[in-house]
Design a protein around this ligand. Structure first.
Ligand code: FAD
Length: 307
């Protein structure tokens, strides 16, 4: 296992500790705001306006995952519909992201499906795209099944995410080609065992590039979701060489990460979207961001000490 994988595993395991969680929730809020737009939809919409001034579009994400009751899932769904309606009143491109476990996937796939149907119907009326984020490996099959089911039900305003660290992903991509599914390619943010995921960062990076190229060569609209300078450079070079125009792909980055790069890409004429999370359920998302970069752990430790 290389350093990056060991570090990620260490932080994600540490994040499960209840005392650490309490400490971060009470004292780490200020640092968390670097990655999270705010507690409320209204705060998130202010961030959208600021991004749009730099020609960066937003992907709004109401934070929440792994719900354990139907009531919670329905509550999240109502809030997501409120988000879609609020976006519908604004002149910017409309795009939201959600997690299926936020809509009760772990309780019942049928429940999550019926909540998704209502969200997508509302989104369709507002010309809004809804990306289903990809969660940890035990949920990949159910997420891909959901995508197929929604497509069969006539919804084309949704898409999935493929993680380059998973050994299965090339096959998953192959299966999505006949559907012309819009895909987002990411490296993957969860702690996954060597049986299912590559543990060597160089392999994960190489797979990322390979998947993006394969998706675009096969005509899938591709969101290249990475902050990695080498990957961004290679994708710019390759798309130019292949004559693949900016109408066939876009760059996606996270709010609070490499903001200068986001502005630069937008100024160069690429479509750029920033993933903007908001809401009070920020701890799991925040933990994954800390797990991506050792420096972030130092920042968070400092903010915990300083309060
Ligand atoms: P890395 O090699 O991790 O990082 C490259 C460089 O980017 C680093 O050297 C650093 O300069 C910068 N960087 C990266 N992360 C951070 C950070 N947290 N803080 C500060 N700087 C950083 N994962 C999923 O599993 N499922 C999803 O649905 C999903 N959706 C995503 C959507 C978007 C728009 C993005 C950008 C990422 C998403 N991810 C998702 C997360 C992804 O899997 C990676 O964990 C994350 O993007 C870090 O990988 P990287 O490609 O940026 O490369």
């Amino acid at each position: 296992m290389d350093f990056n994988q060991s570090y990620r595993s260490f932080v994600l395991a540490l994040a499960q500790n209840q005392r650490i969680k309490h400490l971060v929730l009470t004292r780490g809020r200020k640092f968390a705001r670097r990655f999270i737009a705010g507690d409320t939809l209204e705060e998130a919409l202010q961030v959208v306006e600021a991004l749009e001034r730099d020609r960066i579009h937003a992907i709004l994400d109401l934070l929440g995952e792994m719900v354990t009751s139907e009531a919670q899932a329905r509550q999240f769904q109502r809030e997501i519909i409120r988000l879609v309606q609020a976006l519908g009143e604004r002149p910017y491109p409309r795009y939201v992201a959600l997690k299926l476990t936020q809509l009760g996937l772990d309780i019942s796939e049928d429940l999550a499906f019926s909540l998704m149907e209502e969200i997508l119907s509302e989104a369709r009326q507002h010309d809004c795209f809804v990306r289903m984020d990809m969660e940890d490996s035990p949920r990949v099959d159910a997420t891909l099944r959901m995508y197929r089911r929604l497509r069969e039900a006539g919804f084309d305003n949704t898409g999935v995410v493929l993680q380059s660290y998973l050994k299965r992903t090339e096959q998953d991509l192959q299966a999505l080609i006949p559907l012309k599914a819009p895909v987002r390619i990411v490296k993957g943010a969860y702690k996954e065992p060597p049986e299912v995921a590559f543990q060597d960062k160089r392999l994960v990076d190489a797979q990322f590039v390979l998947l993006c190229k394969k998706a675009m060569e096969n005509g899938l609209y591709t969101a290249i979701a990475s902050h990695d300078p080498q990957i961004i450079q290679e994708m710019k070079r390759w798309t130019a060489q292949m004559g693949i125009g900016p109408d066939r792909f876009e760059f996606q980055l996270l709010y609070g990460v490499r903001r200068d790069e986001q502005k630069k890409l937008a100024a160069e004429g690429y479509t750029v979207r920033a993933y903007v999370p908001y809401g009070t359920d920020w701890y799991p998302y925040f933990s994954r961001r800390i797990a991506e970069r050792p420096e972030n752990l130092l920042f968070v430790a400092r903010s915990l000490i300083q309060g």
